[in-house]
Design a protein. Sequence first.
Length: 167
Amino acid sequence: MALPEIVSIILRLAELAFAAIITGLNGDYLHSVRGASSWDLGRHIYTEVVAGLSILFAIIWLFPFSSSFIHWPADLFFSVLWFIAFGLLVAWLDGACGWVFDWDNISFRGTASCAQFKAVIAFSFLSAICWLVSAIVGIWWVRRHTRVHHTTTAPTYRRRRWYRSRV
């Protein structure tokens, strides 16, 4: 059945696209404030590192081999990293551009910093969800294939040891 492979490829492409969008938007912000302290930009640097690692591993695991499903612990780990980035960015925004999920005041004319921040937050959440779903698909695939493997093997019988008493 090719459904898990197709779902895995779609999720990897989404993970790759979301990480690339976040890298571009966040990198633009980091470039515009390049004189600031690294301590003040720690949340954005963390998000940039997670996005870079996500791009690397999404490209590596994009190829549709069955071994790509056994990486579900790494998928779960990346999901946690993205949820942390999401939380850090939401706490950093702290209502400066309005409510985080309020997209009514977004405009792409003039200064688009609020739109940029909210887009980074939204795509980091979507990336976390994609990595989580990828981990769930991997867990399901591994459990299904190990269960099938165990049911198809022949039962093993224990031989009686020659040195044991027959009484």
